[in-house]
Design a protein around this ligand. Structure first.
Ligand SMILES: [Ca+2]
Length: 447
């Protein structure tokens, strides 16, 4: 076994050298940081035109890198998008189509090959700080999926007491409950900066997975609510009066933005600023009653653009053109192959990777090949099934028996249903969805 592992390492090293030879200008084995902000909407950031929120640190990342205008979460809720990020595949291949509920029994199958496992095999040290939500850490935690170190929660704990909606303490260090005190966004930030400093001399992959801006809505100065041993579903939105939600949401975003500033400062003071690629993105759209999806229709949980078109930024000084905008249609499942490619690593063989390597569009703003993208979403609570297909400017949405077709080039707000005017386009996209959906038809709704 040991010998096999050494041979594997030699094999990977050999292949990665061969790949790197094609890109002699690229630094070898850059560090990679992925900042995932929970439920951040398309209109929530200063760099996306927000008139309400000020996000100077994130805006600085955007002005020094590439901002994406047509970037999509694989799903309009947390767990399925995160499964797609981790595997480079449609989340249906992991059997995860809805937010994983509060149970110890469900999770992303451990045999799924993840981006962290791929990078770990290649010598990267991998850390995850913040939200996991791919299964209870007692059975399906990040350290079971390639991460060397984790400070994480399963779901959406109280930001101060760290208690979940089912009254369990939900803050773990390497899968062990940890009772450290603190506001969760600050803890995520502190452990992320510690991880960077601890790994100055070796390549690392760090996922900074903010709990914010998910409810409970609690800014750093708002009171705690949840205590252990009690069910909190009825007060899932936190301790505040509804009229204070938007203010708390803004305070939560300010805390996240400051965290991004601290991470940047830590990279600069460690001399790693030019050796580190940063991706910043959201896992789904905002709830429009508290956040903003800009001019998009719909919100978290919908297959209208507001549910899945999200802010995203890529930053790598000297490599990714500064102050650039990218209008290609991109999906979160593209991140795994892209990151492996930027790290000079071969794509794993024998996997059905659905994501695309975005390297050329990141480094040269090159157009991507035409492709058709799919969303399928079964809502556990409302029992509604929906699907969407995107091809070029066209987007088809089916909900029950209702079929809608939109031209996103002229109608980004999805206000004009063109299905009856362009029945051939609608039929062609329906047929493509039927084909794509074949292997997943029997997937039980709602895991
Ligand atoms: Ca989310």
């Amino acid at each position: 076994m040991h010998r096999f592992y050494i041979l594997l390492l030699i094999g990977l090293h050999f292949t990665s050298s061969a790949v790197a030879a094609e890109d002699t200008s690229l630094p070898k084995r850059p560090n990679i940081i992925m900042i995932v902000i929970d439920d951040l909407g398309y209109g929530d950031l200063g760099c996306y035109g927000s008139q309400i929120h000020q996000t100077p640190h994130i805006d600085r990342l955007a002005s020094g890198g590439m901002l994406f205008t047509d970037f999509h979460a694989n799903a309009p809720v947390c767990s399925p998008t995160r499964a797609a990020i981790m595997t480079g595949q449609y989340q249906q291949r992991s059997g995860i189509e809805y937010a994983i509920p509060f149970t110890h029994e469900l999770g992303m199958p451990l045999e799924k090959f993840t981006i962290s496992e791929a990078l770990k095999q290649a010598g990267y040290t991998c850390g995850l700080m913040g939200k996991w939500h791919l299964g209870h850490v007692s059975r399906f935690g990040p350290n079971d999926q390639g991460f060397d170190e984790s400070w994480c929660s399963n779901n959406t704990p109280d930001y101060h007491t760290h208690v979940s909606r089912i009254g369990e303490l939900d803050w773990y260090h390497n899968h062990q409950i940890d009772r450290e005190p603190g506001y969760l966004t600050d803890l995520v930030s502190q452990h992320s900066c510690d991880f960077i400093r601890d790994n100055v001399d070796r390549p690392f992959f760090l996922v900074i997975s903010h709990l914010a801006l998910h409810f409970p809505f609690q800014g750093p100065n708002d009171p705690p609510l949840r205590t252990e041993g009690k069910i909190w579903h009825d007060q899932k939105h936190g301790p505040l009066n509804k009229r204070e939600y938007r203010r708390a949401y803004r305070d939560m975003l300010v805390a996240v933005d400051k965290s991004v500033g601290k991470v940047m400062d830590t990279l600069n003071s460690s001399g790693l600023q030019n050796d580190t690629i940063i991706f910043l993105l959201s896992d789904n759209g905002a709830y429009s009653w508290v956040g903003s999806n800009g001019s998009l229709r719909g919100q978290k949980g919908d297959l209208f653009e507001g549910g899945h078109r999200v802010p995203a930024v890529a930053y790598w000084p000297g490599q990714i053109p500064a102050a650039s905008k990218n209008h290609q249609t991109i999906m979160t499942m593209d991140l795994m192959p892209t990151i492996l490619s930027l790290a000079g690593l071969p794509l794993p063989t024998g996997l059905e990777l659905d994501g695309l390597d975005l390297k050329s569009t990141l480094l040269r703003n090159a157009p991507l090949p035409d492709r058709t993208l799919f969303w399928r979403f079964n809502n556990l609570y409302t029992k509604t099934n929906a699907s969407a297909v995107r091809e070029g400017k066209w987007k088809l949405i089916e909900q029950g028996t209702e079929v809608s077709l939109y031209d996103l080039e002229s109608d980004l707000s999805e206000s004009q249903n063109l299905a009856s005017q362009h029945p051939d386009v609608a039929k062609a996209l329906q047929a493509k969805f039927f084909q794509w959906n074949r292997p997943f038809r029997d997937l039980p709704a709602s895991q």
